[in-house]
Structure formats: structure tokens, C-alpha cells
Design a protein around this ligand. Structure first.
Ligand code: SAM
Ligand code: SF4
Length: 468
């Protein structure tokens, strides 16, 4: 799925989506005046879904008159939105909370912890760190102004982790990007892969009604967005709660919206990824020929013990059909090395899949034991040093595959959506091609937000370099 856990400071741009729906966010309007003119800062550790949730929290706070601030030390409200999928971000949270405690002593800011970590480790967080005023689970975003207001009025109410069974629409959203937008279509997961904490953190699958998805994307198209990415833990199991329409039908509906030129989606689960979806991708030209399809392991016995519900052969058959119907398809995947019981042979079965498929990109992780999961009771038979060694070997092999593929693109011309100036070289621009590869190139400043044709002149394993 999801791209590597990344650290992101929330940079705000005013872009609030106002749906015409009558099911507005359920926030008590009383007593929220005290949020006016307060400065807030949101720190996100996690994937695109965490980023999108932070965008929603920022949208809600702004609609109550609060202002985003880029400096934590100057903010009245500090929220840390953290992913719990692997152990590292959780550790980062606790070290950041230590720093925040000092800031709080100076400016008396209200401190909140949101996201999966808030949901799962609420007691540990409030007990271990006295600076934290509240913790909030992913189903409680709409209550944010009320929670903060209660705290500002010194009414103590630290834990907000109730669950919703139904979809709850949040239509205030403050996006970081004006060119490409994340659009959540479902939340939660019913799969309970044995290593994964997500179903415990995010709860069961809930699908966003198609009418809200359509409204949001039409609004984005009117605002000039060129690309949308449909988000969910398992987008392929989408079912419109009103009509029962499936993910393929959703893709076709989105494809009809005028103005959006590139449609992507993440994350797909191989067991729910049907030939119907593959045909829909191949037949609708605005759906990018790019797919993230996490395999996790190339060994059938490991896949079985992970509870993934597909075999290596079934996965490779889907890849074969994808390549047949879309020869230019760009594929990426997630891999876990060192899962309990993984032998050398299992590991080399995974390497074999990398070589057969030829992924454009992979996200690879050392197995990390997570509380609540079934695998936490398995004997973790792979020593840390072996996990580390296997991860390095796998990443080295993939690096070579990527470099070889990227070199084959030198001299080719491709369509690139320009996202802004290059972070390293301010005289250059950066964008993404249809395959979702990073492309750096020289151009006039007015190319930001536009599609340009770039000729590839050079490359590294992780990005391409070109000229207009
Ligand atoms: N829904 C997606 C799927 O089915 O592939 C994945 C979502 S998960 C939040 C993102 C990625 O984190 C997974 O694909 C997996 O590779 C990795 N991951 C999840 N739990 C992990 C664990 N306990 N240890 C290491 N990596 C893990
Ligand atoms: Fe986690 Fe598996 Fe659900 Fe993906 S499908 S979120 S890996 S439980």
C-alpha cells in the first residue's frame, strides 16, 4: 500500500471543500467561539490516509476560525496524528511528546494525539505523558472543536475513541496540494492479516456513499485539480451503501467527471482485485496504468500464515492479465521480510517474484511484532540480524531492477504532471509521470500544475531526469 511511513509537517493551503449534502459534520456549535484566532499545528506520521485525516482536521479547525501555524512553538493547539502500523512511528511519537512537554510549559498549548496510536494506546499515552490533554481515535475527527473547547475551558475530557458503525461524512478539508488530491472512499479493514494492527485501530470497513465521492471530485475538478487518488485500506472491496455499486462501477463514475485527467487508487488487495477491475483500468483512459498491489511474500506457506487468502500463483496470474491488457502498466508492491517462520527458501521465493514482475517501486519492511495481532503469538523465529540482512539484500536487488528499467527510459518522451519546484535544485521542477515515478526537469515557472512533455536524459534508481 501505502508509501513508507513519512514524517510530514502540515503545510496549509486554504481549500475547503463544502459539499451540498445535508449530512454535515456533527459538531455542537455551542461554545466553540474560543477557537477563533487560535493557531494550530498538526504533525503527521504515517501514510496517505493519515495525511488525508490531517487535512480533514485542519479543515474542521479552520471552519471554526482557527489558523494554521508552521511553528509548533508558536501554536495554541498541537495535534500529532500518528500511524501504528509499525513500531517506529509509535516510538517517534513518545520522543516528540518529550519535546512538546517543554513547549507546553512555555505557551500552555493544548496537546492532542490523534490517529491509530490515539485509538489503541490511549491509556498508555495519557498516563506516560502528562502534557497530553486529549487522545482521539480516527472515528472522532468531527468532535475535534468540541474536545479542544472543553479543554480550553479546563473541563477534563481526555479520551475520545468511540467507534461509528456507519460512514460519517466530513466535508471540511484543507488540502496541502492544489494539483493532486486524496479522496477517501472507505475506512477500516475486515481482513485481519495476522501481522497487521489496522483492523484494531481503524475498525471494520465502512464505505463512503458514492454521491459524496462524486460531489467532492466534481468540486476538485472545478477548482482545477488534475489528478485524484482514491484512498482506502482495501479499495477493491468498495460497495456503495446506497446502490451496492462495486469498485469498478465507482471507477467508471469517477471517469465521467470532466476536468480530472489522471485517476489513481490505493491500496488494492490481491484477493479482491478482479479481472473486471483490470478491464475497467484498461478501457478507461483517465485511469492511470499504474497499480500498487502488495504481495507481502512470494512464499505460499508464509502467505498462508499471514492470512492473505491468495497464493503466489494466483497473484502472478493477475499480474499476467494486467500486463496483457496494459503492456505499459507500472507496478509497485509492499514486502515484509523476516515474518515468523520465514526460511532462506521463502525469502528467495520473494526475490524471485521481484525478478519476475519487475516492479517500478517497492516498499519493504522488516517484520515488526504488533500488539493485538494473531502473529504476535507466533514464535518470532528469525533473528533481528537476519531480518536486517534480508531487507538490505532485497532492497539492493530491487535497486538494480529499478535502475535497469529507468535506464531503458532514457531518450523516451513522456507526459509529466508538474507538482512544483525541485526540493534539491530550485532551478528545476519536479513532477510525476503516469507510472508515478518522480521526474526532475528544467522548465519555465509557469509549468506548475500543468501537464508537460519531458524527454528523459538521465536517471537514478529512484527518479528520472529530463528536459522539456
Ligand atoms: N491494506 C494494505 C494491504 O493489504 O496490503 C496494507 C496496509 S498496511 C497499513 C501497509 C503496509 O505495512 C503493509 O502492506 C505491510 O507491508 C506493512 N506492515 C503492516 N504490518 C506490518 C508489520 N507488523 N510489520 C512490518 N510491516 C508491516
Ligand atoms: Fe492490514 Fe491486511 Fe487490512 Fe491491509 S488488508 S490493512 S495488511 S489487515
Amino acid at each position: 500500500m501505502l508509501k513508507k511511513c513519512l514524517r510530514k509537517t502540515y503545510l496549509i493551503e486554504l481549500n475547503t471543500f463544502q459539499s451540498q449534502s445535508t449530512q454535515d459534520i456533527i459538531v455542537s456549535m455551542k461554545n466553540t467561539q474560543s477557537l477563533k484566532h487560535k493557531k494550530f499545528y498538526i504533525k503527521t506520521f504515517g501514510c496517505q490516509m493519515n495525511e488525508n485525516e490531517s487535512e480533514q482536521m485542519a479543515g474542521i479547525l479552520k471552519s471554526y476560525g482557527a489558523h494554521p501555524c508552521t511553528k509548533m512553538e508558536e501554536s495554541h493547539i498541537i495535534i500529532i496524528n500518528t500511524c501504528a502500523v509499525r513500531e517506529k512511528p509509535v516510538e517517534k511519537l513518545f520522543s516528540l511528546l518529550g519535546r512538546i512537554q517543554k513547549i507546553k510549559q512555555k505557551n500552555h498549548a493544548v496537546i492532542g494525539v490523534a490517529g491509530c496510536v490515539g485509538q489503541l494506546f490511549k491509556n498508555e499515552i495519557t498516563q506516560r505523558n502528562k502534557a497530553v490533554d486529549f487522545v482521539m481515535g480516527p472515528d472522532n475527527l468531527a468532535k475535534l472543536p468540541e474536545i479542544i473547547n472543553m479543554r480550553l475551558k479546563t473541563e477534563s475530557s481526555p479520551i475520545h475513541t468511540s467507534r461509528n458503525r456507519e460512514w460519517r461524512e466530513i466535508n471540511q478539508i484543507s488540502r496541502q496540494n492544489r494539483i493532486s488530491a486524496y479522496v477517501t472512499i472507505m475506512k477500516g479493514c475486515d481482513n485481519f492479516c495476522t501481522y497487521c494492527i489496522v483492523p484494531f485501530a481503524k475498525g471494520r470497513e465502512k464505505y463512503r456513499p458514492l454521491k459524496y465521492i462524486r460531489e467532492e471530485i466534481k468540486d476538485l475538478a472545478e477548482k482545477g485539480y488534475k489528478e485524484i487518488q482514491l484512498l482506502g485500506q482495501n479499495v477493491n472491496s468498495y460497495k456503495d451503501p446506497d446502490s451496492g455499486k462495486n469498485f469498478s462501477s465507482l471507477l467508471k463514475e469517477v471517469h465521467k467527471i470532466h476536468g480530472i485527467e489522471w485517476i489513481r487508487f490505493i491500496t488494492s488487495h490481491p484477493k479482491n482485485f478482479t479481472p473486471e477491475i483490470i478491464r475497467t483500468m484498461a478501457q478507461n483512459d483517465k485511469i492511470c496504468h499504474q497499480l500498487h498491489l502488495p504481495i507481502q511474500s512470494g512464499s505460499d506457506s508464509i502467505l498462508k500464515s499471514m492470512g492473505r487468502d491468495y497464493t503466489r500463483k494466483e497473484y502472478l496470474e493477475k499480474i499476467k492479465l494486467l500486463k496483457k491488457l496494459m503492456p505499459d502498466i507500472s507496478l509497485s508492491t509492499d514486502i515484509i521480510v523476516g515474518f515468523p517462520g520465514e526460511t532462506e527458501k521463502d525469502f528467495y521465493d520473494t526475490i524471485d517474484v521481484l525478478e519476475r514482475v519487475g516492479y517500478t517501486n517497492i516498499f519493504s519492511f522488516r517484520y515488526s511484532e504488533r500488539p493485538f495481532t494473531k502473529a504476535s503469538a507466533f514464535k518470532d523465529s528469525v533473528p533481528f540480524e537476519i531480518k536486517k540482512k534480508r531487507l538490505i539484500e532485497l532492497q539492493e536487488i530491487q535497486k538494480k531492477i529499478q535502475l535497469k528499467f529507468n535506464k531503458s527510459l532514457i531518450g523516451k518522451k513522456m507526459k509529466v504532471l508538474c507538482m512544483g519546484r525541485s526540493q534539491k535544485n530550485h532551478h528545476s521542477y519536479r513532477g510525476r509521470n503516469e507510472a508515478y515515478q518522480v521526474v526532475n526537469f528544467k522548465s519555465d515557472p509557469d509549468c506548475i500544475g500543468k501537464f508537460v512533455t519531458v524527454e528523459i536524459t538521465d536517471c537514478g534508481p529512484y527518479s528520472l531526469i529530463g528536459k522539456i
